[in-house]
Ligand binder design. Structure first.
Ligand code: PRX
Length: 637
């Protein structure tokens, strides 16, 4: 496959950028032309940010799986689409060619249909990182069902909330998942999520760990048995459902500043074009290259850069079931060596953690196949950037620092490998189609360079969030109302003298822990559910490996005696309500929280104390009880 819209020089970038701003409709029409459509669009773009109401390629009909699979069959049918590496280095890897992947997706599409799944139905997918997860996702897209993939680290309660919000009737899961030395009993978590649930019609269970599971008659079926029922001798057939460009492709839940995660809605055509365009350009993907994105498909990075970006480009995507440090900290490097990986896309937290193990694990690993390195999910500190550059890229590979969000569908601000310059800890320049601006607290745009502000985007790009599921008003309020006529990212940002952007972190109450997005309100809600907890306040603090750690201030009635036991109990409660990823790193018991006279918690002060910056806490005179601050400072942990 060739990519006529791949930017090859700095001049081409400048030209593409200019055109994308001056004439977005013809710019994106030219790119969209290269995809497979069942019917071309009538109008490239209509939009307003007030409602918001954004439509790309309206009137167009297509199916994303024809673009990710069918269109590659003739020329690349025997090329590897997915290389799968097991958690266990001794277990045989699997390679699925485009023909094989197409076959399996079509087959599983028929399984879904047999089980009553119809176009528009929401299907929850809760699986480990095995090829069947990609197959299930693509099969939903093939028949027009809306997938809602939930990361395997979320708890039963978190799943139940998401099932309820999406009004899902179908679940695809596994008996269990391997992650490093652990077996995670996925089906058993689903069983807990379904206690008392009356709306789930079917749970399809794929075998992976063969952990004993309970299979409820009439509701639960095995993936493998269902496949047998649709097995045909020739090639199975399942025509790709005709989808409108703006039909929902998927929902993905993410945290915000309220206690309830929101279902970010992405639609079909715009998301496809954006995932593909950004993949092909930022990483400068060349046909035949092996792309290894280390994210989990449960997050947006996995959706866009394990599945839809690489497959729509006819590329080879490497899917890894395990973790970077098991059986040892050389796992990534061994994978790069074994499969001659060309592009490695990972998170700063993984780099920092591997840095800590020293260079020993790099010995005897041939990394010479690497051409491009990438990072995503959080700001990368300079030390980690240089370590990645020197020891992994050997000084020869550009590092693309890609800034984007679940809501943006794909990369927004990043250098383009070998085309635009990378600068340590800067995301650098916006991609064509992206018009960033910085605004001050009053919503006034800050012009010029060497400035700081809140990062907004002025016009829609094809992959922009369309809604929050079943609650459009929440989408409007969260992203489009803070600053009229702008999409507000929730991030703070600096623009340097040359116009390069550097993301400084969230300006709302959202934490970024090991690249995972967690709302402080969500964690507080979970802590407050624990018996004896009267109130809590959660803030982030700098953490060497995780980027941010979770610091919880808790008022407890002391009824259970031993504070250490109470701490353990609170952690257990958070793991139950959200999942282990949201467990606070530190819990400090306090007699009260610093509040203003109107009852608002002064988080600024709590943040400073958590950071250890207790020297200058600013003005505390507006506090209801200023003496509390000293008490909290003294018992800081
Ligand atoms: O704060 C930014 C940070 O991650 C947030 C988005 O999180 P999520 O929706 O989970 O998506 C993560 C993967 C795309 C952003 O608001 N973030 C993401 N990438 C970067 C980043 N911060 C700094 N630099 C980045 N490259």
């Amino acid at each position: 496959m060739n990519y006529p819209y791949q930017i090859k020089t700095r001049e081409a970038y400048d030209k593409a950028y200019k055109q994308s701003v001056e004439d977005p409709e013809s710019f994106w029409a030219n790119i969209a032309e290269t995809f497979t459509w069942q019917k071309k669009w009538d109008k490239v773009l209509t939009w307003n940010f007030k409602d918001p109401d954004i439509k790309w390629f309206e009137g167009g009909k297509l199916n994303i799986t024809e673009n990710c699979l069918d269109r590659h069959l003739e020329k690349s049918g025997n090329k590897p689409a997915i290389i799968w590496e097991s958690n266990d280095p001794e277990e045989h890897h699997r390679i699925l060619t485009y023909k094989e992947l197409h076959f399996k997706v079509v087959q599983f599409s028929n399984v879904l249909k047999n089980n009553g799944v119809k176009k528009g139905d929401r299907v929850c997918i809760y699986m480990g990182m095995i090829p069947e997860l990609a197959i299930a996702t693509l099969a939903c897209a093939r028949i027009g069902a809306i997938h809602s993939v939930i990361f395997g680290g979320f708890s039963a309660q978190a799943i139940a909330d998401r099932l309820d919000d999406a009004q899902s009737e179908f679940i695809i899961t596994c008996d269990g998942a391997y992650r490093g030395a652990k077996d995670i009993p996925l089906k058993s978590v689903i069983d807990d999520a379904l206690i008392g649930n009356k709306s789930i019609k079917r749970v399809i269970v794929c075998t992976r760990t063969r952990t004993p599971v309970s299979m409820i008659k009439g509701r639960d079926v095995w993936w493998e048995d269902e496949i047998k029922k649709v097995e045909t001798h020739g090639n199975p057939d399942c025509p790709a459902e005709v989808m409108d460009a703006e039909d929902i492709l998927f929902i993905l839940y993410t945290s915000g500043s309220t206690g309830k995660p929101k279902g970010v809605v992405h639609s079909t055509a715009g998301y496809m074009v954006w995932a593909n365009y950004t993949f092909v350009n930022v990483f400068q993907y060349q046909p035949g290259q092996v792309h290894f994105c280390t994210a989990d498909i449960g997050w947006i990075t996995g959706h866009s850069y394990i599945i839809y970006g690489p497959l729509s480009a006819g590329g080879t995507t490497l899917m890894f079931e395990g973790v970077p440090t098991w059986p040892d900290a050389g796992r990534f490097w061994e994978i790069v060596d074994t499969y001659k990986v060309n592009i490695l896309y990972t998170a700063p937290t993984a780099i920092r953690s591997l840095m800590g193990f020293g260079l020993e694990y790099l010995k005897n690993k041939d990394l010479s196949s690497l051409k491009v390195l990438g990072t995503v999910g959080e700001p990368i500190n300079e030390e980690a950037w240089h370590w990645y550059d020197k020891n992994i890229g050997k000084g020869n590979c550009p590092i693309v620092d890609t800034w984007w969000q679940t809501e943006t569908g794909g990369i927004m601000i990043s250098n383009i490998a070998n085309v635009t310059e990378g600068i340590p800890s800067f995301a650098t320049l916006p991609l064509p189609g992206v018009q960033p601006c910085l605004v001050d607290e009053n919503g006034v745009e800050i012009e010029g360079n060497k400035v700081n502000g809140n990062l907004c985007i002025k016009a829609p790009w094809p992959g922009i969030i369309r809604s929050t599921y079943r609650d459009h008003e929440r989408c409007r309020q969260t992203y489009f109302s803070t600053y009229p006529d702008k999409y507000f990212t929730g991030d703070g940002c600096m623009r340097d003298a040359d116009g390069n952007y550097r993301i400084t972190g969230r300006v709302d109450d959202v934490l970024n822990v090991s690249g995972h997005r967690i709302g402080t309100a969500e964690v507080e809600n979970a802590i407050n559910m624990h018996a004896g907890v009267i109130e809590s306040a959660v803030v982030g603090y700098p953490h060497d490996i995780k980027g941010q750690g979770i610091y919880a201030y808790v008022i407890h009635d002391g009824s259970h005696g031993d504070p250490n036991l109470t701490r353990q109990d609170i952690l257990q409660t958070v793991a139950r309500i959200i999942g282990p990823i949201a467990k606070p790193d530190k819990i400090q018991f306090v007699p009260g929280l610093p509040k203003t006279r109107s009852g608002k918690i002064m988080r600024r002060i709590l943040r400073k104390i958590a950071e250890g910056d207790t020297g200058n806490l600013g003005d505390t005179s507006t506090l209801l009880d200023p003496s509390l601050v000293d008490i909290i400072k003294e018992s800081r942990i």
